[in-house]
Design a protein around this ligand. Structure first.
Ligand SMILES: [Zn+2]
Length: 463
């Protein structure tokens, strides 16, 4: 083998790592957002969500905090989440003195993450309804049957989807009394140093994009918490770049800092990263806001038909689902070196993944051949310059990968494989076929042949 120039040739160019001095193996964390579009879309359809809103809001009405209807709704949500495979806890939160005098209820459904179980993605909203109206039953179909069922259906969508972080779906009462349950719950979780990647809030969702007749208050509206400007990059990545939602007024709008405060606000003020989804820009633009006629009939009328509500619900669910998976995963960082000028040893073992260990490396050697493994040696058939490509797969989702190129100069080609050499290699072991007697006869015949050959060779030497 001839060696020319430096043995250690190239370090990966992926993700701005070009220029690393040979021998340096440090890989910077990926600044590229996760390629979530390669992951399957959630299976839950808009009709399922709309049907569940209709059923929940009429079966559990009213759901005023501290009443039997409130407790029945909480038990229903707990049972549903349990049936989906989540670990469910009905947390009773002592409320601040001077408050309602009763404990608040938070139904918390949990599934542990694989590699980062101490970090959380939270999905939250309120299931309670406003009190009052002289005994008139309030179904609260839109406020907040729609958000409650969005959370339950997200739990359904994630039931079979693995995550690195722990998922929690949280249903609060006490929202209509001034976020009193979520405030007490968030404070007690903060006191336990809870780590949260992001908290997602859902209140009055689904009369969004599309609706039959867009107006001044119409959009699939998405906000982020205070000091969470970085999340806007995630929102853009998911909604416009990946899902191809229409970016525009009365369509899908990223509306900056949260102006539609609900339970996620209780987490926002404690410094947790927050996102919020709602249909329409303001609560008051929904004509039945906090009124007895907050029913499915009103939702259908405002959306312009059930089909529009179903599509708005589905678009909201997909947006939240992909946002969570984007935040749950980091792109692998590829780090590649090539040593030698023939054969060449390729090494991608310095590659990293912020969520674990890359699940595998595959290679295209640039000469029409391929290979697999973090470290591989390849003999090129001809001298020349070749660009090899390494594909470093994500720890959790192997269909997502970072690629890195490395250029090699080969001066020594692999020894050509002659037909004779190939034949010799393939030659079968003698006398392995047939019965025991046949094999013995074969061996005796072979021995006689060899002895005869030795005698002939000795005769030739004697001349
Ligand atoms: Zn609400």
């Amino acid at each position: 083998m001839t060696r020319t120039g430096t043995g250690l040739r190239i370090v990966a160019l992926a993700l701005g790592l070009a220029g690393l001095a040979p021998g340096l193996a440090a890989a910077a964390p990926s600044s590229v957002l996760f390629d979530v579009g390669k992951l399957p879309l959630p299976a839950v359809q808009g009709k399922e969500i709309a049907d569940s809103v209709a059923s929940f809001s009429t079966t559990y009405a009213p759901r005023v905090t501290g009443t039997p209807g409130d407790e029945d709704a909480a038990q229903f949500l707990a049972a549903e989440a349990k049936a989906l495979g989540y670990e469910v806890e009905v947390v009773r939160v002592p409320l601040a003195p001077g408050g309602q005098g009763t404990a608040g209820t938070a139904v918390v459904a949990t599934r542990k993450g694989r590699t980062r179980p101490d970090d959380h993605l939270l999905f939250m909203g309120h299931y309670d309804t406003v009190a009052g109206f002289g005994g008139v039953t309030t179904e609260g179909a839109y406020d907040n049957g729609a958000g409650t069922m969005m959370i339950l259906n997200l739990a359904k969508a994630f039931a079979t989807v693995p995550t690195n972080r722990t998922l929690q779906f949280i249903f609060y009462n006490g929202e209509e009394e001034g976020l009193i349950t979520s405030e007490a719950h968030a404070q007690s979780e903060k006191a336990k140093d809870k780590k949260v990647r992001a908290a997602f809030g859902f209140d009055m969702t689904g009369i969004a994009w599309p609706v039959a007749a867009p107006d001044a208050s119409s959009c699939l509206c998405i906000w982020h918490g205070e000091d969470d400007e970085a999340l806007e990059k995630v929102q853009r990545h998911v909604n416009f770049k990946t899902l191809g939602y229409p970016d525009g007024e009365n369509l899908v709008e990223l509306r900056g800092v949260n102006a539609r405060n609900s339970d996620e606000r209780s987490w926002d003020i404690l410094g947790y990263p927050v996102m919020r989804w709602a249909g329409r820009r303001t609560a008051a633009s929904y004509p039945a806001y906090h009124m007895p006629d907050d029913t499915m009939a009103t939702i259908d009328r405002v959306a312009g038909g059930r089909t529009f509500f179903e599509q708005g619900l589905r678009n909201t669910l997909v947006s939240a689902f992909y946002s969570a998976l984007t935040l749950d995963n980091e792109m692998p960082v590829a780090q590649v070196t090539a040593t030698g000028s023939g054969p060449v040893t390729f090494d991608a073992s310095g590659s990293t993944d912020g969520d674990g260990v890359p699940s595998g490396v595959s290679w295209d050697f640039g000469d029409g051949t391929t290979g697999t493994g973090a470290m591989v040696t390849h003999a090129y058939a001809k001298p020349g310059t070749f660009t090899a490509v390494a594909r470093v797969a994500d720890s959790l989702w192997p269909q997502v990968a970072t690629t890195a190129k490395v250029t090699v100069t080969v001066t020594t080609a692999a020894a050509p494989t002659t037909p004779a050499a190939a034949k010799k290699k393939k030659k079968a072991k003698p006398c392995t076929k047939g019965s025991k007697r046949k094999r013995a006869a074969c061996r005796r015949a072979l021995a006689r042949k060899k002895a005869a050959a030795r005698r002939r060779a000795a005769a030739r030497r004697r001349g």
